[in-house]
Design a protein around this ligand. Structure first.
Ligand code: SF4
Ligand code: SF4
Length: 347
């Protein structure tokens, strides 16, 4: 997109460049704090890059994450209270953990975050979402639990757990006209969290157009290609070299890898500082970035039904091609004849 197009895209009353932004991180959903932990390993950009102003052109950022904060108790919670009252704007709301159905039982609550100053009663996570989401400049759901319900929303689902967009409504938009931005993963790959935040911050600074999202509300540049398309083991797949047990360097599709149909960039990008990424280091892809996770990928560790056909098809030519490549390899491993020293007949 050209600079002019970016300017026009942002030429709306709600798109004035923001000089500073608070990031309110609500980890009170049903979750494990996995994204808060994962984010500390981000390198491109790192959390420090975002909050210390290392990147030019960004608004000043203040991150309020209960897992990382020095403040605790009321000192920490007061920021959230101010935001809920409308006296702390603009802010980006980040939600971690799935949203329960608090109306599906006679008493009690499923999830909460802090307590009411007057009554001392817990404030449910749902109440926080109801109070904060309408005031937020943008809302991010990090982790598959917050994005689509995740493990908590498995069949049976006693808590009625759901993703944030299912709770707020698929057509919901923030004050800046941005849908819920889902950054799934179990946990989410560290750089995917910080890079999405970075994009939103550039958008807040009116230096980037509307964030591009797919139908499942994931950033398109992170979640379009499949794991398989960037996997270190792709060459083995193509040659029909399939591992029968763990510890092999070959493709692990027969051990249960769903990489060929799962949209996730860790094959290409690695996990931390470019290193790792599930199948690259021997772990089957279980589809944790997908809305159908986990139910549609179970039982884990069984060969995916669809791959029976594709791996069989590859076998018909992969092994033959592999054998033929050996001949070519042998030839390529020899220097051309004319490079050898000629023994003169006169000597
Ligand atoms: Fe594809 Fe998985 Fe095999 Fe990698 S390990 S090549 S993602 S099937
Ligand atoms: Fe999840 Fe598969 Fe991506 Fe690993 S490779 S993070 S299991 S979607």
């Amino acid at each position: 997109m050209t600079d002019e197009a970016v300017r026009q895209e942002n030429d709306r009353p709600d798109a004035r460049p923001l000089g500073e932004v608070d990031i309110l991180w609500l980890n009170g959903g049903l979750g494990c704090d996995g994204e808060s932990v994962a984010m500390t390993g981000a390198t491109q950009p790192s959390v420090e890059d975002l909050v210390l102003g290392a990147l030019p052109g960004l608004p000043r950022v203040r991150l309020h994450n209960p897992f990382l904060a020095y403040e605790n108790g009321e000192e920490f919670l007061s920021l959230f209270r101010r935001a809920a009252e409308g006296s702390l704007e603009p802010f980006i709301l980040v939600v971690e953990g799935s949203i329960p159905d608090e109306g599906n039982k006679a008493e009690g609550y499923w999830a909460s975050f802090g307590a009411d100053a007057l009554t001392g009663q817990p404030i449910t996570t749902n109440e926080w979402v109801d109070r904060l989401a309408p005031r937020a400049w943008a809302v991010m759901a990090v982790g598959t639990c917050a994005a689509y319900g995740g493990i908590h929303a498995m069949q049976g689902n006693p808590t009625g757990a759901m993703g944030l967009a299912d709770y707020l409504g698929r057509d919901w938009k923030s004050k800046a006209g941005i849908p819920v931005v889902n950054v799934p993963g179990c946990p989410t790959m560290p750089d995917n969290i910080t890079e999405t935040l970075l994009y939103l911050l550039y958008q807040a600074a009116a230096r980037a157009p509307m964030i591009p999202l797919d139908e499942s509300l994931r950033p398109t540049w992170l979640f379009t290609e499949t794991v398989h398309e960037g996997c270190d083991r792709g060459g083995y797949y193509e040659q029909a070299q399939f591992a029968e047990e763990y510890g092999s360097r070959h493709c692990i599709v027969k051990l249960g890898c769903w990489g060929p149909v799962v949209q996730c960039n860790v094959g290409k990008r690695g996990w931390m500082a470019g290193v790792g990424g599930c199948p690259n280091v021997g772990g089957i892809c279980i589809g944790c970035t997908m809305p159908g996770f986990p139910d549609k990928f179970m039982p884990f560790m069984d060969q995916p039904p669809g791959s029976l056909l594709s791996s069989h098809a590859v076998m018909t030519y992969g092994r033959a091609i592999h054998a033929l490549r050996r001949f070519t390899q042998d030839s390529l491993n020899k220097e051309p004849e004319w490079r050898r020293r000629k023994v003169s007949s006169k000597q």
